[in-house]
Structure formats: C-alpha cells, structure tokens
Design a protein around this ligand. Structure first.
Ligand SMILES: *Cc1c(COP(=O)(O)O)cnc(C)c1O
Length: 422
C-alpha cells in the first residue's frame, strides 16, 4: 500500500482478503488483456496505420484515409467484415438508433429477446408511447415486440424459440445489465440466442447492444452469430481517451446501410470530416483492451471487498462476466450516499466535490452520481450511480487503471466507515 490515502486498519485488512479471494480471477483477466491488446496491435499493423492517418480533414472529408483505417482496425478486433467508427455519434443511444433506422424498414418487426431494452432506447423504439411523434421507429411503421426474461432474469430460451418466426426482421439482444439487476450475457449465451434466431428465421438480422461488453472476453459476438452490433466510445472501446463517439460493426452490407443513415443514401462511408479527432480515436482504440480489463479488475475487486464487508453483490467476484458493471446492494440510502462520496474522493478530477442526490428527470426518486472524469459522462472512468430506492443498490463501473480504481473502491468503503455505516 502507500501513505497517500488514509485507510482504517479494518479496510486495509478487508482489501488484502479481497485481493487474495480474486487472485485467480485477476490472472484470468490479465490473459484476456494480453490477448486482446496483441490483437489490437496486430490490427493496427495489418491496416498499415501511419502517422498521416492521425491528421485532420475538413469540409466533406473526402478521401480521409485515417477514417477508413480506423474502421478497418475496429473491424479486425471485432471479427467484423466492416465497421463505422465516428466521433459524430453523439452517444451510445444515437449509435444504436442509427443502426436500427439503418437496417429496419416500414412493416418490419423488431423482437427484443432479452426483456425490455435499456431505458434510453425506449423513445427510439416507441415503447409505452415514448418518443411518439418525434420520429421513433413506431412513427415509421416498425413493429416491436419483446420476450421477457425468466424469473431469475436470464434469457428464456424456450420462449425465444417460440417467439421467433420468419415474420421477424430483427432479433435484438442487449449484452449488458445496464441499470437493471439482471446478469450480463456472455458470448456463449449470445451465441445460443443467435443460433435459435438463425434456425427459426434465417433471414433475420441478429443485432446486439454491445455497450460495456467490449474486450471483456476473448470471444467476439460477431464470430458467434451476431450480424450487427454497436456501442459507445465513452465506454470500453474508447479506452478512456476518445472524447465522444460510437461504433457500429458487423456484416458489410448492414454497416453500409448504417453509414447511409448517418450521412446520406448516396454518400455512406465516403464522407465526414474528422477535423482533429483521429489521433484521439486511434489512441483510444489502442488503449481500449487494457482500459476495459483494468475496469473489469476494479469491478472484481469491488465485488470481493464488499462481500468481505458483508454485502450482497452482483456478480460475485468469481462469476463469469459479460460487462464491466458491478452492482453492490448497500441496504440504505445513507450507505449509497457515503459510497458515492468515497468514489468521488478517488477521482483524478473534482475529487474535492461532494455529490448529492438530486431529482433527475426520468426517475421516480432521487439519484446520486459520482464521477470525476476527464471526459464528461465517461463511464469507462471510475463512476457510480444509484437511485435512492429499494434495494438501495449502487451501479459501479470503470476505472481505467487498477491501482487508482482499487483506491477509489477502498475510499468508498472508508467513507461508509467514517459515517458509522460499516
Ligand atoms: C450506456 C448504454 C447505452 C447507451 O447509452 P448512452 O448514455 O446514450 O451512451 C445503451 N445500452 C446500454 C446497455 C448501455 O449500457
């Protein structure tokens, strides 16, 4: 340890115990990290990435080789035929929206097979009338249906089998738990769903919301039956360096349709000035496998530490993970607030700021958020969010390097101890 941060002996002892509990898990993550980082290096070399690709284009951005080479790199690491990586995607939701509108047409049916999707996707689809009249998929005549999860919140393979027929144009899967308590999906589970889809509706597009799932495993969804996937660059695949943006990757014809939706039906991938952003996006990609695994290690450590301290966590430290999110059930609103204050104290930016619960639009209760990040809203950097309601669970994610991530998690425990909660 070090003397830069003050920890009670109880926290130091629990942290040591947690580290020995998750030793094997951390070794496994190191192997994933090494594999994916070398795959990334290989992808850079295969695309013959050169200094000139880091430069800026302006105007229409015709012939921006950096843009094309970056697409090629992501295609290689994701086992994709093609990819569309753009800072112009304003959020993960926007990226998913472009993918959905890119490939779906009026009269098509989209079937979500992992229950109701992430909240911000509801107004894109038109679930419960959200986004109606604003140009959601429903306004454009795209039908939607969903297959609920089982009682233990896992995919209901039998119900999925029954629900998919040739009337389904898109089978939609969400990998991450998002802000729910359900487990994330591993590539193996995604492959099982994709297998059912291919059997029951061979022409259907298997689409994956891959947010928070990138570089968590060696396996790639696109090598396991997924046709198209999308995610946010201020999560795993931006490596904590991309300042904004998103990616879409998958079958070439589908990625082209998405590019036509993002720009115009005639221009597709051919235009889009990169201004000065290529260098950051290349650096972010290059760092992404490491950053994602450091975040994964931070999550595993947090799971072990809070289990040692007597809390229910999900997933447990030794459970298989398909994303970087850690849920800790802290049992009381006071504990949530203390935890988030501690996470904030561990940040490189704004560590002196004290987060407070507030009435965030779209929630029926107060929400507290802790983040002190280089990029606003970046959740590959250590951050925690918690709605102040039952079961008083905190969703924690990120940590682009483990030493600081570990300290952040320990400061959260220390903050609870200081409040007399532990
Ligand atoms: C983060 C996330 C998104 C996209 O959210 P944005 O905040 O728009 O980037 C979509 N789905 C899941 C599961 C996510 O975790």
């Amino acid at each position: 340890m070090n003397s830069f941060f003050k920890f009670d002996n109880r926290i130091i002892k629990a942290a040591k115990q947690a580290m020995s509990l998750c030793k094997e898990e951390i070794e496994k993550i190191e192997e994933i990290k090494e594999y994916n980082q070398n795959k990334m290096l290989y992808a850079f070399q295969k695309a013959q990435t050169s200094e000139s690709h880091l430069l800026a284009s302006t105007g229409y951005g015709y012939g921006d080789r950096g843009r094309d080479v970056l697409d090629e790199i992501y295609a290689t690491v994701f086992d994709a035929e093609d990819a569309l990586v753009r800072y112009n995607f304003v959020s993960g939701t926007h990226t998913l929206e472009v993918a959905l509108f890119g490939v779906l047409r009026p009269g098509d049916k989209m079937l979500s097979v992992t229950g109701t999707p992430y909240d911000t996707i509801h107004p894109v689809i038109g679930i419960n009338g959200e986004g109606d009249g604003n140009g959601n998929l429903k306004d454009f005549g795209v039908e939607y249906d969903e297959v609920p999860l089982t009682a233990d919140e896992t995919p209901d393979y039998e119900a999925i089998e029954r629900a998919i027929d040739t009337s389904v144009k898109m089978v939609y899967i969400q990998r991450s738990r998002g802000y729910s308590t359900r487990p994330s999906l591993t590539c193996e589970e995604i492959a099982k769903i994709a297998g059912i889809a291919k059997r029951k509706a061979p022409a259907a597009i298997v689409m994956l919301d891959n947010c928070y799932g990138e570089f968590v495993e060696v396996n790639q969804p696109l090598s396991n039956g997924v046709d198209l996937m999308a995610g946010s660059l201020i999560k795993n695949p931006g490596g904590g360096i991309a300042p904004t943006g998103g990616y879409i990757a998958g079958r070439r014809n589908l990625v082209e349709l998405c590019a036509c939706r993002l720009t115009t039906p005639a221009t597709g991938k051919e235009i889009g000035a990169t201004l000065g952003h290529n260098r950051e996006l290349f650096m972010g990609a290059y760092n992404a496998p490491i950053a994602s695994c450091e975040a994964l290690k931070t999550a595993v450590f947090a799971a072990a530490l809070f289990e040692v301290l007597g809390y229910e966590v999900s997933p447990r430290y030794n459970e298989q993970r398909g994303d970087i999110i850690q849920v800790i059930k802290l049992k009381s609103p006071e504990a949530l607030v203390a935890f988030c204050k501690g996470i904030q104290q561990g940040a490189p930016i704004d560590s002196f700021v004290v987060p407070e619960p507030w009435d965030m639009p779209g929630y029926n209760c107060k929400v507290i958020m802790a983040a002190g990040a280089f990029t606003l809203g970046s959740s590959i950097e250590l951050s925690a969010d918690a709605p102040l309601r039952e079961p008083y669970a905190c969703w924690m994610q990120g940590g682009i390097n483990f030493p600081a991530g570990k300290t952040g998690v320990m400061l959260a425990a220390q903050s609870m101890l200081n409040e007399g909660i532990l």
